[in-house]
Design a protein around this ligand. Structure first.
Ligand code: S3P
Length: 440
């Protein structure tokens, strides 16, 4: 479905509560399925990706009751606990969700089940060898396609603890190893080249599992039994990023994003925006689900400056690079995002898409090796862009449209359903709020 994303004639203003965090929602659902007892999860993200995880754990034998709550979904999960999952009657469809596929691979590898994971066209292109390799070192039997992609068959078996050094900073792979470690005999340690999001390490202790951590490694000792919990999900910083970036570049904007996770492994985009000179105010709130949360206010900033994003910063803003590239088109100088080759294996080849998409709008964007470069400031003009079915591209293009003369036509806008089905409505409301209040 095409969407004609408008340019902003006035600033964005008002308060927005973004939907629940996707990474945390996946993990709460999956860990509750592993646990013994009934978990009550409040404010779980209602989106296509999390629905894939909900359907998967149901097919594997967890009892799942979903109802519409005040914010997102209220989900009751009775886990399979020590009796383990059952082999599902058919394949498990992970849809578009890499987190569902990779975390399930680790979580199921040590149970007595045979499970085949499949996914949509995009997920079926994404590498699974990064997860099958480390899990094999623990004794796992996983059979992927000849290209190392889905379909992936997990032939559950006995696992042993291992020390695993990852060559890619990936929270999905790290989490898969730790989840396999819960079923393995002895200690499993996973170390990564730079810190990726740490929701798994923060959440497992709430389910009763000890996690030992230092700067780049985490260990669990198996076999370990998880116990049911009650939990609520904070707002998703990756969804908040679109409004933060939009407010920074659209003149006369003043936006507050409330109740969002401020986990430092997720807020790299805020640090980069601040470095570019953006006016950001953070008001801390209560911890939710082991995560610091708060409200983030972002005001339009005239004279944003280009910045260099270093490789060790990338994992903490990996999903925000498309949005930050849009912001960089409005900043003075050349911004360089160093070693962002990982973007080639996300829901689409985001590196190529950013160059082609923003280039079609008139921006100066190019790639040198694995670095992405954006030169600004430059006027953007109208164009028709394809989201490629990638939710984050669709939303980043809608932010670019705000500063593009004549707006932007975005093909396949429905991709936003993967993480933020209400995005367009929330964006329009922030634009309309200004019409009502901002010009008084
Ligand atoms: C995620 C981790 C990241 C991120 C993805 C969600 C997670 O992927 O891009 O959207 O929930 O663990 P990688 O860990 O593969 O970088």
């Amino acid at each position: 479905m095409p969407f004609c994303a408008p340019s902003a004639t006035k600033g964005l203003s008002g308060e927005v509560r973004v939907p629940a965090d996707k990474s945390i929602s996946h993990r709460l659902v999956l860990f509750s399925a592993l646990a013994q007892g009934l978990s009550h999860l409040r404010g779980v993200l209602d989106c296509a990706d999390v629905r894939s995880t909900l359907a998967a754990v149901h097919a594997l034998g967890a009892t799942v009751h979903v109802s519409r709550g005040a914010c997102g979904l209220d989900v009751d999960v009775t886990g399979w606990g020590p009796s383990g999952p059952s082999s599902p009657p058919g394949q498990i469809d992970c849809g578009n969700s890499g987190t569902t596929a990779r975390l399930l691979a680790g979580a199921l590898a040590g149970y007595d089940v045979v499970v085949t994971l499949v996914g949509d066209e995009s997920l079926s292109r994404r590498p699974m060898s990064r997860v099958t390799g480390p899990l094999s070192a623990m004794g796992a039997h996983l059979v992927a396609s000849a290209q190392g992609t889905l379909p992936l068959t997990i032939e559950g078996t006995r696992l042993h603890g291992a020390h695993v050094d990852l060559n890619v900073a990936s929270a999905q792979v790290k989490s898969a190893v730790l989840l396999a470690g819960l079923r393995a005999e002895g200690r499993t340690t996973v170390c990564e080249p730079a810190p990726s999001r740490d929701h798994t390490e923060r959440m497992l202790p709430a389910f009763g599992v000890e996690v030992i951590r230092d700067a780049t490694c985490a260990s669990v000792t198996g076999p370990a039994l998880l116990h049911a919990i009650d939990a609520a999900v904070p707002g998703d910083p990756s969804s908040a990023a679109f409004f933060a970036g939009a407010a920074a570049i659209v003149p006369r904007s003043d936006v507050v994003i409330s109740g969002v996770s401020l986990n430092p492994t997720r807020t790299g985009f805020l640090r980069v925006l601040e470095r570019m000179g953006a006016h950001i105010e953070v008001t801390p709130g209560e911890d939710t689900c082991g995560e610091p949360t708060g409200d983030v206010r972002v005001l339009f900033t005239d004279g944003l400056r280009a910045t260099d994003v270093e490789p060790e910063e990338v994992p903490a803003l990996i999903d925000e690079v498309p949005l930050l590239a849009v912001v960089a088109t409005q900043a003075t100088g050349v911004s360089r995002f160093r070693r962002v080759g990982e973007l080639r294996v996300k829901e689409s080849d985001r590196l190529r898409a950013i160059v082609e998409g923003l280039g079609a709008l008139g921006a100066h964007v190019w790639v040198e090796g694995d670095d992405l470069l954006v030169s600004g400031p430059g006027a953007l003009h109208a164009a028709s862009l394809d989201s490629l079915g990638d939710h984050r591209l669709a939303m980043a293009y809608a932010v670019a449209a705000l500063v593009a003369e004549g707006g932007v036509r975005i093909e396949r806008m429905e991709a936003i359903d993967v993480s933020y089905p209400g995005f367009v409505g929330d964006l329009m409301r922030l634009m309309a709020d200004h019409e009502v209040h901002g010009d008084a």
